[in-house]
Design a protein around this ligand. Structure first.
Ligand SMILES: [Zn+2]
Length: 373
């Protein structure tokens, strides 16, 4: 079995030019040939299947429930209101979202879970999942109890044979004690929402701003909260190991100097772009050309259906390309394929190379990627 295209994007940021990808019956790549046979169908592009590195499957029932442009403080208040929806409805929406992701050309997902509700969907799914079991908790007195609950949920996922690690939600929603507990656990990879809004910066740097009000209405006790005089990212970097494998999600407010610092001192850290969620909530985009220039490992996620129209990685890629045409297309494809495979340790996925089984996408000029294998 073989597929051929004018451009083979290898998932490492290279365009190998025209050729054929030959596969065995199970989908393993057995040979790459640098010529095409015009008797057969020729695609414009071939690439590995996509990896969605940041999703919240358990928020899939919130599709169109939250208006655009609320800003992060408004968004977290609204999401909180919908968290106690009927479990069967949540499961049904998660199952539909899982199926849709497959149809969009996704082969694997890094998914945030605050509860066990998506476990069954993940067990039945043909997609590969890594679950980031996420906790909130701003009260330092509660840190060890919350960490214990987190550990139990991680264990429950693992006992079902599902890959999972415990992670903190964001610098503004987790006490420094809880961060320590959640990052101390040996299993990796980790992730944390990072620098999604200016309000987050105000809250961590100065101890004030719009997030203060939002958190108070959620019953968070901010009595002992003080500004750290540094950005949320620097605050976080001071609490992690230099070799920590951690994914910073969003990076909307991340500055060039911070990118350079991570590149030089935190070799296993990566950033996840969720451009359409940033446009949906904050109506702004991170400095992707800056990230690209810094040489940092970039990944791509859709975030949840609470802050996006669908879970289509291709639409995220197009959004980045439309706003920043100076970033090479084959590089953006690597964000959604090889870079993610490296981060999650999925050695068989993400790259068009002999011996790998990455799933194959093909598309014609002006079309969208379809799963071929
Ligand atoms: Zn998220």
């Amino acid at each position: 079995m073989f597929w051929q295209a004018k451009n083979i994007l290898d998932g490492r940021g290279n365009n190998l030019g025209s050729g054929q990808v030959r596969l065995d019956r199970e989908g393993h790549i057995i040979e790459l040939v640098d010529r095409i046979d015009s008797k057969y169908n020729v695609y414009e592009f071939l690439s590995p299947a996509f990896i969605n590195s940041h999703c919240h499957l358990e928020l899939s029932h919130l599709k169109r429930a939250i208006p655009e442009g609320t800003g992060i403080p408004g968004f977290i208040q609204k999401v909180q209101r919908f968290r106690n929806t009927d479990r069967d409805m949540v499961k049904m929406a998660a199952s539909a979202a899982d199926y849709a992701m497959k149809a969009y050309g996704t082969i694997a997902v890094g998914d945030i879970s605050n509860s066990p509700v998506t476990m069954e969907v993940k067990l039945k799914s043909s997609l590969r999942y890594h679950t980031f079991v996420e906790s909130f908790g701003f009260d330092p007195k509660m840190a060890s109890e919350i960490a214990k609950k987190n550990e139990q949920l991680v264990k429950a996922f693992r006992e079902k044979g599902l890959s999972a690690t415990g992670v903190p939600h964001a610098p503004y929603s987790v006490s420094s004690d809880l961060i320590k507990y959640l990052l101390k656990e040996n299993f990796e990879p980790k992730c944390i929402h990072m620098q999604e809004s200016l309000a987050e910066d105000d809250f961590i740097r100065e101890g004030k701003g719009e997030l203060t009000g939002a958190l108070k209405t959620l019953g968070v006790d901010l009595q002992n909260h003080q500004g750290k005089q540094v950005s949320p990212l620097l605050y976080m970097l001071s609490q992690i190991r230099n070799d920590q494998k951690i994914l910073f999600v969003h990076g909307t407010m991340t500055q060039t100097a911070e990118m350079d610092l991570i590149k030089s001192d935190f070799p296993n850290a990566a950033f996840c772009a969720c451009p359409r969620a940033n446009l949906y909530i904050e109506e702004t985009l991170p400095d992707y050309p800056g990230f690209h220039k810094s040489g940092l490992k970039m990944l791509i996620g859709t975030d949840s259906l609470a802050s996006n129209y669908d879970l289509d990685i291709w639409a995220e890629i197009e959004t980045i390309q439309n706003h920043y045409p100076e970033i090479p297309f084959e590089e953006i494809i690597a964000w959604a394929t090889g870079n993610a495979a490296d981060f999650f340790g999925w050695d068989d996925l993400g790259k068009i190379e002999v011996g790998k089984k990455p799933g194959l996408l093909g598309w014609k000029e002006g079309g969208r990627p379809r799963r071929l294998v």
